[in-house]
Write a protein that binds this ligand. Structure first.
Ligand SMILES: Cc1ncc(COP(=O)(O)O)c(C=O)c1O
Length: 400
């Protein structure tokens, strides 16, 4: 009898975490590595939020809480959805988990039966297909490539839906491309979903507040109210409030689904950290004044990186509207050989050689389901980004 489960054999470890770990190891070994792999802001949690966490500790708010969130946080989440998205939810329709990741996992665990399909546009956040597999479902990948600005077309969505489809996982702005759907673009997708009443939508709005150039964020339940009863609108404090380590994510949707997700959480982790929950109340209810300066900061970095990468021979980098990632194509580099003698057969070979020869850590596109590309996280200093672009340029110029 095998000791490890068959389910485990269906999934792979997170490649983004692997790249970040590898970069840290090389740095610890004395190499001057620039890490462009990490998906988190490079600055600290705002002071008012930290203070709320400290106050929670001092007030003894350190015990178990309700499994899927304290009433104060659920109330703050309802107010956030109303304020930012025009969506009406009651606290009974809200769930809070240990990061957005757990919330998505709970939703899939609570709803998927063997053979159920989940449509995932590619490139995708690395965890979606593996979480679907862990929950016993089947990921169905719908390609959304460079030619459509990395956006799923209504035709591709229609073609991916079968009688077995249970969910569409929708993510805008996207990790890994930064592509964001306008309300009009989104409406074309929700029109398709209206024709398929058995399909639910899991909208991952994690990067809502990281949009540029006056882009107006929109989410499916807001764009098409007729889908409200089959939409799980998921979000979190990790990216917008630089709170990745605090581990708080949340979602709102139909009460029956929320209850089912609570049941999963009650038998796995129970409540998310009590202290983090109080900090998240402050994040959502306190001043939002750092969001705009952060947008400006990230926009500046995006422009720097896009220009730097487009100056590299063989690379084509579109300009994304949001998040803190770019997803350049390296089609022009495939089939060449690096100065160090590495054959660039695919994007994994490109990323490996770039790390070996120029000490720049990026995540190869195959990890996100669309090649030949790589993902750059520009959530790092201008100086590091400028130097990284110079190294990538030197690497590309050395290809022959
Ligand atoms: C698209 C997307 N969704 C969800 C998450 C998970 O966020 P959290 O850190 O809150 O679990 C991430 C984190 O990288 C992400 O990029």
């Amino acid at each position: 009898m095998a000791f490890l489960s068959d389910t485990l054999a269906r999934v792979k470890p997170s490649p983004t975490i692997a790249v970040t770990t590898k970069a840290a190891e090389l740095r610890a070994a004395g190499r001057d590595v620039i890490g462009l792999g990490a998906g988190e802001p490079d600055f600290d949690t705002p002071d008012n939020v930290k203070a709320a966490g400290i106050a929670a500790i001092e007030a003894g708010k350190t015990k178990y809480t309700a499994v899927d969130g304290i009433p104060e946080l659920k109330q703050a989440i309802c107010a956030k959805f109303k304020r930012d998205n025009g969506l009406d939810y009651t606290p009974a329709q809200v769930t809070v988990g240990t990061g957005g990741k757990q919330v998505i996992y709970n939703a899939l665990m609570a709803t998927l039966n063997p053979g159920d399909e989940v449509v995932i546009p590619a490139p995708y956040w690395v965890s979606y297909p593996d979480m679907v597999l862990l929950a016993g479902g089947e990921p169905v990948i719908a390609e959304a490539g460079l030619e459509t600005g990395f956006k799923l077309t209504p035709e591709a969505l229609e073609a991916a839906i079968t009688p077995k489809t249970k969910w569409l996982i929708f993510n805008s702005p996207s990790n890994p491309t930064g592509a964001a759907y306008s309300a009009d673009e989104l409406k074309k997708l929700t029109d398709v979903l209206l024709r398929h009443p058995h399909v639910w939508i899991l909208s991952d709005d994690m990067y809502e507040h990281l949009v540029f150039d006056n882009f107006v964020f929109a989410t499916p339940a807001q764009v098409e109210p007729l889908l409200y009863d089959r939409t799980l609108t998921m979000n979190g404090v990790s990216k917008a409030y630089a709170m990745t380590g605090w581990r708080i994510g949340y979602a709102a949707g139909p009460e029956e689904l929320i209850k089912a997700m609570r049941k999963i959480q009650s038998q796995s982790t129970s409540n998310p950290c009590s202290i983090s929950q109080w900090a998240a109340v402050e994040a959502l209810e306190g001043t939002q004044e750092f969001i705009r300066p952060n947008q400006a900061l990230f926009k500046g970095r995006r422009d720097l990186v896009v220009a730097g990468l487009n100056a590299c021979p063989g690379i084509e980098c579109p300009v994304p509207q949001g998040a803190f990632y770019v997803y350049p194509s390296i089609a022009g580099c495939i089939g060449k050989t690096s100065k160090g003698g590495a054959e660039i057969t695919d994007d994994e070979a490109f990323a490996t050689a770039l790390l070996e020869e120029e000490n720049v850590a990026v995540v190869f596109g195959a990890a996100f389901g669309l090649s030949p590309h790589f993902r750059v996280s520009y959530a790092t200093s201008d100086a590091a980004l400028t130097e990284a672009c110079a190294r990538i340029k030197r690497f590309c110029e050395g290809l022959s």
